[in-house]
Every structure is written in structure tokens, then in C-alpha cells.
Design a protein around this ligand. Structure first.
Ligand code: TYD
Ligand code: MG
Length: 454
């Protein structure tokens, strides 16, 4: 049996060193060396690897592209973000704030899979078996056949996976798992990285579909090294605000499906339920239009959704604040500069707050136009008309650039009763859309002038 030895691996370049150092001797990055395990026999063997016969090379066109077999979980919204279902040997990392519903969703998914005749295993490191049972009762899964293992030691988990050979296994959470090979504490970067690597390898070699639950840091990133995201096939994040009933799961990486695909769920008394038609849940219900509000049709993933953007511009102190919830703050600063330079809208001495309603996070630049119209509307204290919406990217030169799949966005809005829109010129439909008055613009000043006159 190979002897294991502790070495230090750089998180940046992957270089190794026998001792811990503040600075990586290979790439000169600071504080990147973390403890890991090396097989001490391996280097000796590697010395001769150059002499070994090479493996066979195949022409790409000759390799048979096997269709990926997917097992739908039966939860449509979860399957949507997974790209159709769980994949054999595929590893999914799912992150999110505490209490957002990670354990709930996965327990529901495992139960659904078990009912389809799959062998499932839920490994809990955070809660006892009794607590998991309590949750399952609450979810109405009374006679669930899901196997539960309360264990945090990696070696025992691997042995159980080997013995039970489940089709689907969930590790809740990867931060609680520790390996005896390392001296660092559970949850440390070294432990998380090493355990995830072992579990991923086990999943790939045995064909188990695996889900790793990951904690997020205060900044919202997955705790542990970025290599965690590189190691796995799919990375999902829970978004949304724990105070609202709605939860979004977004795929930010997916080797087996589209990225930025969003699944929408509602947290109910009996767990998470998929929201199949989420178009209009991110709108607040104003009886009359209010200043500082503009509706945006966003296309995150494959589905258009209507989201209300709210802005509040109010006189600020000597160093005015710019805050955004659900939108990128740097982009907000950029938009304020464009508004000033190209449209004469000055907010230099004003506090500016913007918010995407419902805790949804908007990453696409097509939100720019709606954000700017909302800011101008708040500054002038004049509301946009009823049934109004906008989308389009705004460049630094003040030009309004088209958004992908504009027609689809407009059709979705028309379906929900929206009747007037400002859109980029290239997105203006060739044939009119029934019930929708569309204004096409090329420049931001044009859009603001138009909005003022509506
Ligand atoms: P949980 O799945 O434990 O979150 P995580 O694993 O991400 O930390 O989510 C628990 C929250 O969801 C908790 O605040 C209670 C609430 N909840 C419901 O509203 N309904 C339910 O049926 C369940 C099981 C939980
Ligand atoms: Mg949990």
C-alpha cells in the first residue's frame, strides 16, 4: 500500500512544496499553499514515466459520442437547471445561504428518485438522523426509503459508498467532511479541497451521481477554494432573499446543460414547490405607476421573466452613496456616468439606490436601459406610464445595444398585458406585436426624451 505524506499545494498554479511557505515558490502568489496529501511512491514511479509506452491516440471523429443518460428527478424546475436530470458519474455542487432550502430541496429530490426505484443515499454531517427524519415528516415523506448516513469522516463515507453503491448520493455538506490524512481542521480549505477531490474521483469511477452541498461565505462565494468549482461538472447557486417566499436556483456552470438557466421555487409549508410560470412574480403590485420604477424583461437562461427595477435618488451628503441589490454595483456607477455625460442627468450630489424586486439577481447587461430609466424617473419624480417596460444594453458612448432574443421578450410582456415598450433599434420587431406600442431607440438620450413624453 502506498504511503501517504503531507505536502503543500498552491491554489493558484498547482505547484507543490514539501513545507508551508507564505509565498508559492513556483508562481510567487502569496498565501496560496494549502495542505494536501501526496502519494510518496508516486514521484519515484514518475521518473520513468517518459519511457513508458504512450496510451493510444484516437481521432476525434472516430470517437463515438454516447448520449448522456439523464435521470430526471421529477422536480421539473430542478431538472431544468441540471440540464434534464442527474447524470451518471456527474458531480453537482450546490451553494447557498444557510436556511435557503438546500437540504430541503435535495431531500425532496432524493425521495422522488427513490420512488422511481433508484438507490439513494443522503449523507448528513450537519444534522443528526433524527433531525433529517423530522424534516422528511414535515415534507410529508412519511415512508421514505432514502438511505441516511450521519457521518463526517471521509474514509468511512467512501467505504459506505463502495459497499452500498447508490445511484445518487448527497453530501450535506462538503464543509463538514474531514479526512484523517490531514491535520487541518474540518472546514479548512485543505480539507474541503482534498475531500471533494476524493469524492469526485469516487463518483467518476463508480458512476454514482453525486451532489455536494457547499456553504457560502459572507461575500456569497462558495467557501473553500475555487478549485471546487473546477472539479465538479455542475455548479448551482441558490439565490433570492430568505424573507421572500421565492427561491431561485441558477446554474453557473454546467457541463451537461445551459448555464444561467434558472429554476424557480416557492417555499411552502411542505417544502419547495416548482413555479412553472414565473414570469410575473418579480413585479410588485402597484395600483398606480410610481416614480423610480421600471419593468424589465430579462432572459436568464432560456426563459423570459419580467422583473421590476426600482431606483431611489435622494439628496446625499458630501460623499453620496451608490447601493444596488440584485444588480452589479460597478455597472451602476458606469451607468450614472453615462447618464451624466450623454443625457445630462446629474446625480453627483445624490444618493442612488437600485433594487431588483424579489431578491432576483440580474447579471445580463440588457438591464441597463431599465435601470437608467428608473433612475431618471426617480430623479424627476415622474412615473413611467402604466404597462411600460424596457430592455437593452447601454454602452459607454451612450449607444443602446440590442439584447439577445428581443422578440421573445416582447411577446412574453405582451402576453402579461404590457402595452408600451422602449427597446433597442435592432430589437424592434418587423411585424407589430398585438397590443404593444414599441419605440425603438439608438441612443440613451433618445430613450430618456421619449420616456419623458410618454
Ligand atoms: P434548509 O433546507 O434547512 O436550508 P439549508 O439546508 O439551505 O440551510 O431550509 C430550512 C428553511 O426552510 C427553514 O427556515 C424552514 C423552511 N422550511 C419551510 O418553510 N417549509 C418546509 O417544509 C421545510 C422543510 C423548511
Ligand atoms: Mg442544510
Amino acid at each position: 500500500m502506498a504511503k501517504e505524506k503531507t505536502i503543500y499545494t498552491c491554489n493558484e498554479c498547482g505547484g507543490t512544496n514539501p513545507k508551508w511557505l507564505g509565498k508559492c515558490p513556483h508562481c510567487n502568489a502569496w498565501n496560496t499553499l494549502v495542505e494536501s496529501v501526496a502519494n510518496s511512491d508516486a514521484p519515484a514511479k514518475n521518473r520513468f514515466s517518459a519511457l513508458a509506452p504512450t496510451a493510444e491516440v484516437t481521432v476525434l471523429g472516430d470517437i463515438e459520442a454516447a448520449d448522456i443518460e439523464r435521470t430526471p428527478t421529477g422536480h421539473t424546475e430542478l431538472d431544468r437547471v441540471l440540464g434534464g436530470g442527474m447524470v451518471e458519474g456527474g458531480v453537482v455542487l450546490i451553494g447557498g445561504d444557510p436556511g435557503i432550502g438546500k437540504s430541503t430541496l435535495l431531500l425532496q429530490a432524493l425521495d422522488a428518485l427513490q420512488r422511481q426505484g433508484k438507490n439513494t443515499l443522503y449523507i448528513t454531517g450537519e444534522e443528526s438522523g433524527a433531525q433529517v427524519a423530522l424534516r422528511s415528516r414535515r415534507l410529508g415523506l412519511d415512508h421514505s426509503k432514502v438511505n441516511v448516513l450521519a457521518e463526517i469522516q471521509l474514509e468511512k463515507i467512501l467505504a459506505t459508498l463502495n459497499a452500498l453503491h447508490p445511484d445518487v448520493a448527497v453530501i450535506d455538506s462538503i464543509q463538514t467532511v474531514y479526512s484523517e490524512q490531514l491535520t487541518s481542521a474540518p472546514g479548512s480549505v485543505a480539507q474541503v479541497r482534498e475531500c471533494a477531490a476524493h469524492l469526485t474521483r469516487a463518483a467518476k469511477s463508480s458512476g454514482v451521481s453525486m451532489v455536494l452541498v457547499g456553504h457560502v461565505t459572507k461575500e456569497g462565494a462558495l467557501a473553500g477554494p475555487r478549485v471546487l468549482e473546477h472539479m465538479v461538472d455542475t455548479v448551482l447557486y441558490f439565490e433570492g432573499d430568505t424573507h421572500s417566499q421565492f427561491r431561485l436556483v441558477r446554474a453557473i456552470k454546467n457541463r451537461f446543460g445551459a448555464v444561467n438557466e434558472i429554476g424557480v421555487f416557492a417555499m411552502t409549508e411542505k417544502g419547495l414547490k416548482g413555479v412553472s410560470n414565473p414570469s410575473a412574480i418579480f413585479l410588485s403590485q402597484h395600483s398606480e405607476p410610481v416614480p423610480g420604477s421600471c419593468v424589465l424583461v430579462t432572459l436568464e437562461g432560456t426563459r423570459p421573466m419580467l422583473v421590476e427595477i426600482q431606483a431611489l435618488v435622494d439628496s446625499g451628503g458630501p460623499s453620496p452613496r451608490r447601493l444596488s441589490v440584485g444588480l452589479d454595483r460597478d455597472r451602476l456607477a458606469m451607468m450614472l456616468a453615462v447618464l451624466h455625460r450623454h443625457a445630462g442627468v446629474a446625480c453627483m450630489d445624490q444618493d442612488v439606490f437600485v433594487n431588483a424586486v424579489g431578491g432576483v439577481r440580474i447579471t445580463e447587461p440588457a438591464a441597463d436601459l431599465a435601470v437608467m430609466l428608473a433612475i431618471a424617473s426617480s430623479l424627476r419624480n415622474k412615473s413611467l406610464p402604466k404597462g411600460f417596460l424596457a430592455f437593452g444594453e447601454v454602452g459607454l458612448a451612450g449607444e443602446v445595444r440590442p439584447a439577445p432574443r428581443g422578440q421573445e421578450r416582447l411577446r412574453e410582456a405582451a402576453k402579461l398585458g404590457f402595452s408600451i415598450a422602449i427597446v433597442p433599434k435592432a430589437n424592434a420587431p418587423k411585424r407589430p406585436i398585438e397590443g404593444m406600442e414599441i419605440h425603438a431607440v439608438e441612443r440613451i438620450e433618445e430613450a430618456l426624451n421619449l420616456a419623458r413624453g410618454l
